[in-house]
Design a protein around this ligand. Structure first.
Ligand code: GLC
Ligand code: MG
Length: 461
């Protein structure tokens, strides 16, 4: 009798959830695709994390992206819900997007591209910041910059794809660069053009509008946040080369120069910020150095779920839905990669996280109890090892829909054999009974554009 009562209760709940899913997507409320950056969080961000991409968050020497994936899991489990992620790169928007297709990069809240000369807000659908663009137009003329720079034969123009409305870029050796930097700004100013020159990696020379650069863009963002009453509690900037130096000049910010930083940044630090205790040189490379800084400055959780995963006892201590889903997918990844023993106990443990009545709606539309899907996992143990199988979650958002029920929404990405497939995912979690643990009640997925549905048997959860 007790059992059938529970069944009925669950059915009623499921129907409620279905309705809720529909209503929410209609109103575009919690899960709207066009959310604006600053609006995603109700209050001030706990942390504004601003990071360069190449050789800072992205380690081009690590084809497995180990530290990037460690960072991703940490961010989605513990920071996404109350903090803002800002990418700040020398790449153009197009070049940044092409990097995103090659590396498992999370969706940032804001992308500062072209060495600070462009800012785009808002997660998946990036909207460029017109106010910033208009500001950069003052005392700037591309034509005059091109004319004056052409008088220096040592300046070799970078390819067209690296040139932007507010960024004129060259290749040049250090010595020439230093000489040109002494005279060029004066000559341009005489013609009414006020510039900032940025030299990076011993070869890249950028001419930008005066207020621009990575530091200018970050200062602008901070002003914008402040004007909305959303001044971040903490700021962490992360970088590795010359064009990042300005970020470390933002007074309130903590800063980490990753261990693989270019000597020009270290030299800049030596000359300009040596006595600032808020800036450290990490002992670890790239993403690992960033995690090191989160710990060193005590800015929040600093153990990535990828490091602290307990594969014996799955119980997530606190009722923390975002952390719960991140951990679940890591447990699943470990099984697929054969990094845990092939035992019934492991699968039983996985099952214990969900309700026997919980359903999973596969992106193909096939619907079965979650426990039956877990049974199907038997044949997939270890088969992802050769395929370098990896999972990362992006844009995890949770909303409490009743005092003990959460909906968690996220994009799940799965890499297998060099191919990435992605699903928009919704999970219903509940803590009805013993109050100290979450139970998976319902999972629903749909393919994200571009993801094909071939080989569906290998896609579970
Ligand atoms: C990136 C850009 C390049 C720029 C360099 C330094 O590599 O592609 O145009 O010069 O960053 O800022
Ligand atoms: Mg870099």
């Amino acid at each position: 009798y007790k059992q059938s009562l529970l069944t009925r209760k669950l059915r009623i709940q499921e129907r409620k959830v279905e309705k809720l899913f529909k209503r929410r997507s209609k109103e575009n409320l919690v899960f709207g695709g066009s959310e604006k950056t600053m609006d995603r969080l109700d209050g001030p961000p706990r942390l504004l994390l601003v990071t360069d991409l190449d050789c800072t968050l992205v380690d081009h020497d690590d084809p497995e992206n180990t530290d990037l994936l460690r960072f991703n899991a940490l961010w989605e489990a513990h920071y996404r819900h109350d903090s803002l992620l800002v990418y700040c790169t020398g790449r153009s928007m197009r070049s940044y997007l092409s990097l995103r297709n090659k590396k498992p990069l999370l969706t940032p809240d804001i992308a500062i591209t072209s060495v600070g000369s462009e800012i785009a807000h808002g997660g998946e659908s990036m909207v460029s910041d017109d106010v910033w663009e208009a500001r950069l137009g003052e005392m700037w003329s591309r034509e005059i910059v091109l004319e004056e720079t052409s008088k220096f034969p040592q300046l070799e123009p970078q390819p067209d794809k690296s040139q932007e409305q507010h960024k004129v870029s060259f290749f040049v050796g250090r010595e020439h660069a230093l000489e040109i930097m002494k005279v060029l700004p004066g000559r341009l100013l005489e013609r009414g053009v006020d510039v900032k020159l940025v030299y990076s990696n011993d070869y890249a020379f950028d001419v930008l509008p005066k207020g621009s650069g990575k530091g200018g863009a970050l200062t602008y963002l901070l002003e914008k946040l402040e004007s909305e009453g959303k001044q971040p509690t903490n700021i962490l900037v992360c970088g590795d080369s010359g064009n990042d130096a300005e970020l470390f000049n933002v007074p309130q910010a903590y800063g980490v120069m990753v261990s693989n930083s270019h000597k020009e940044l270290l030299q800049w630090h030596e000359e300009n910020a040596k006595d600032n205790p808020k800036i450290i040189l990490a002992s670890e490379r790239c993403g690992a150095g960033m995690i090191e800084a989160l710990q060193g400055f005590n800015l929040g959780p600093s153990v990535s779920p990828r490091d602290g995963l307990d594969t014996e006892n799955f119980h997530v201590e606190v009722l923390d839905p975002a952390n719960e889903v991140v951990q679940f997918y890591l447990l699943y990844e470990k099984w697929r990669c054969g990094e845990v023993e092939k035992s019934d106990k492991y699968l039983e443990n996985l099952k214990s996280l969900s309700s026997p009545l919980g359903m999973f709606v596969h992106p193909s539309g096939v619907e079965k109890p979650i426990h039956e899907w877990i049974d199907d996992l038997v044949n997939l143990h270890g088969e992802g090892k050769e395929e370098k199988f990896r999972i990362w979650l992006d844009r995890v958002s949770t909303s409490l829909i009743s005092p003990e029920t959460w909906i968690v929404k996220f994009d799940k990405h799965e890499l297998s054999d060099g191919k990435v497939r992605s699903c928009s995912t919704r999970v219903l979690l509940s803590c009805q009974e013993e109050k100290e643990k979450l139970t998976w009640m319902h999972i629903q997925q749909s393919w994200l554009d571009g993801s094909c549905s071939d080989d569906q048997d290998k896609w579970i959860f």
